[in-house]
Design a protein around this ligand. Structure first.
Ligand code: PEP
Ligand code: MG
Length: 438
C-alpha cells in the first residue's frame, strides 16, 4: 500500500439543512492533498446509534458543536497525524481507540464520522480517482448505480408528527436507467403536489423535501400516493412501486403502537395486521422499521410472515452495526439493512456492517439523514459499495438533489449500463414480482 501521510486535521462549525450547527473536518496530507467532509444529523435516531456531541445550554437550542469541533482538533488530530490516508481501517481504529464508550459519547459521533469521511476524501485526492472507485477498492465490491427510493410525502419526526408514518416513497425498479428513475419520480412528485393543491392541502414540504402531510389518517397518504402515481400516467405496481419507512420506534414501545393522528393504540399483532393489510392493498415492495427497535419479537414475526414478498429494512433496528445485523440474521429479523455512516460513526464500521449484510444475502441501502448538507459522500459510497439502493429523501431541496445529481454524474462516468434494472432490490422481492406477472 502506498503511503500518503496525514499532516494536518482541522475542524469548523458549519450548518445543516435544518439550520443546526454541524461539524466539518478537513484532512491534509504531507504532499498537500486535501479531503473534506461534513457530519449529517438524524431526527428519528436509533437508541443504539453513535451519539452526536452537542453542547447543551440555551443557545442554539443546545445543539451547538463547539465541543465536538474541539475534540477533532485536540484529541483526534494528534492520534491520526502521521497515519496513512490510504489505510482507512488503521485511521478509523486509531479514532476508535480514543473512545472506549459504546456509542462514541466521549468524542462525539459527529466528530468521528466527519473525520473518517474526510480521510476517505483525502485518500481519493491522493489516488486521483473518483470517490466511488476508491470505495469499490476499499470494500472489494463491484461498483453499480443504486436504485433510488425517493420521498413524496414526509411524516413522523420530519413533519412535526403531522402523521405517524415517516416516509412515503416511490421506487422505479422498472426503469432502464437512473435518469429515467428521476424523470418518473419528478412526475409523481408533481402529481402529488397537484392533488394536495386541489384538495386545499398544499402546505409546503417536510424536512426531507417531501410534501407536508396534511391528511386525516395515515392511510390517506398511501391512497394519495397511489392516485399521484396514476395521475403521473403510471400504473401503480408496474414500473413504479411504493416504499415506506414506518419508523415505528418513534411511536411504539413495549409492543404497543400509538397512532396519534388516529387517536388509537395498537398491540403488536394489530400493528402487524395493519401493515399486512397495507401490503395487500397497495403496491408496496419495501418497508423499513415496521416494528420498534425494542420489539424483536414483532420484527421476527413480521419477517416470517412477509419477508419472502417484501423488502424489510432494519434502520433504527440495526443502526449500521455488524453485530446487531448478525444477530438479526440468526433471529430471522429483516432481510435488508439501511447503511447510515453516522449511525456507526466511522467508514470502516459501516463497511463491516455492509459486508455482513451482503454475506447473509441481505439487501443494502445507503441512506442520508434528515439533517443533511451539500456533502455527497454517500452517493459515491452507494455506488462503490455496490449497495443496491440509495435513500436521500425527496427530489427537492438542494441537500437532497446534490446527492441524486452526483449519481447522474457518476452514471455518465460509468456508463448507464451500471444501473441494473430491478436487480438492486432485495433480489427475491423483484424476482417474485416479475415471476408473478410472467
Ligand atoms: C430514517 O429514519 O431513515 C431517516 C433518514 O431519518 P433520520 O435521519 O431522522 O433518522
Ligand atoms: Mg428510517
Amino acid at each position: 500500500m502506498p503511503n500518503e501521510l496525514i499532516s494536518d486535521v482541522n475542524a469548523r462549525r458549519v450548518w445543516d439543512s435544518r439550520g443546526n450547527p454541524t461539524v466539518e473536518v478537513v484532512v491534509t496530507t504531507q504532499s498537500g492533498r486535501v479531503g473534506r467532509a461534513i457530519a449529517p444529523a438524524g431526527a428519528s435516531r436509533g437508541a443504539r446509534e453513535a451519539i452526536d456531541m452537542r453542547d447543551g445550554g440555551s443557545a442554539l437550542n443546545g445543539m451547538d458543536v463547539k465541543r465536538a469541533v474541539k475534540n477533532v482538533e485536540t484529541r483526534i488530530a494528534p492520534a491520526i497525524i502521521g497515519k496513512n490516508v490510504l489505510n482507512q481501517a488503521e485511521v478509523d481504529q486509531a479514532i476508535l481507540d480514543l473512545d472506549p464508550s459504546k456509542l462514541k459519547s466521549e468524542l462525539g459521533g459527529n466528530a468521528t464520522v466527519a473525520t473518517s469521511l474526510a480521510v476517505l476524501h483525502a485518500a481519493v485526492a491522493a489516488k486521483g480517482v473518483p470517490l466511488w472507485r476508491h470505495c469499490a477498492d476499499l470494500s472489494g465490491n463491484e461498483p453499480s448505480l443504486p436504485l433510488p427510493e425517493i420521498q413524496i410525502f414526509g411524516g413522523g419526526a420530519h413533519a412535526g408528527r403531522r402523521v405517524d408514518i415517516q416516509d412515503f416513497m416511490v421506487m422505479v425498479p422498472g426503469a432502464d436507467t437512473f435518469d429515467e428513475v428521476m424523470e418518473v419520480t419528478s412526475e409523481v412528485y408533481r402529481a402529488a403536489g397537484a392533488i394536495m393543491k386541489q384538495k386545499g392541502r398544499l402546505a409546503g414540504v417536510a424536512d426531507e423535501g417531501g410534501w407536508w402531510p396534511v391528511f386525516d389518517h395515515n392511510e390517506e397518504a398511501l391512497e394519495t400516493l397511489v392516485r399521484a402515481i396514476e395521475l403521473a400516467g403510471e400504473k401503480p405496481g408496474d414500473r413504479v412501486v411504493i416504499s415506506l419507512d414506518i419508523a415505528a420506534s418513534e411511536f411504539g414501545s413495549n409492543g404497543r403502537y400509538r397512532l396519534a393522528l388516529e387517536d388509537r393504540e395498537l398491540g403488536r399483532d394489530e400493528m402487524i395486521a395493519l401493515l399486512g393489510r397495507w401490503l395487500n392493498d397497495y403496491p408496496i415492495l419495501s418497508i423499513e422499521d415496521p416494528l420498534a427497535e425494542d420489539d424483536p419479537e414483532g420484527m421476527r414475526a413480521f419477517t416470517q410472515e412477509f419477508g419472502s414478498r417484501v423488502q424489510i429494512i432494519g434502520d433504527d433496528y440495526l443502526v449500521t452495526n455488524a453485530a446487531l445485523l448478525e444477530e438479526a440474521v440468526r433471529d430471522g429479523a429483516c432481510n435488508a439493512v439501511l447503511i447510515k455512516v453516522n449511525q456507526a460513526g466511522t467508514v470502516t464500521e459501516s463497511m463491516d456492517c455492509l459486508a455482513a449484510a451482503k454475506a447473509a444475502g441481505y439487501g443494502t441501502i445507503v441512506s442520508a439523514r434528515s439533517g443533511e448538507t451539500e456533502d455527497v459522500s454517500i452517493s459515491h459510497m452507494s455506488v462503490g459499495f455496490g449497495a443496491g439502493q440509495l435513500k436521500v429523501g425527496s427530489i427537492t431541496r438542494s441537500e437532497r438533489t446534490a446527492k441524486w445529481n452526483e449519481c447522474l454524474r457518476i452514471a455518465d462516468e460509468m456508463g448507464q449500463g451500471a444501473f441494473v434494472k430491478g436487480a438492486p432490490l432485495a433480489s427475491t422481492v423483484w424476482a417474485q414480482k416479475v415471476g408473478e406477472e410472467a
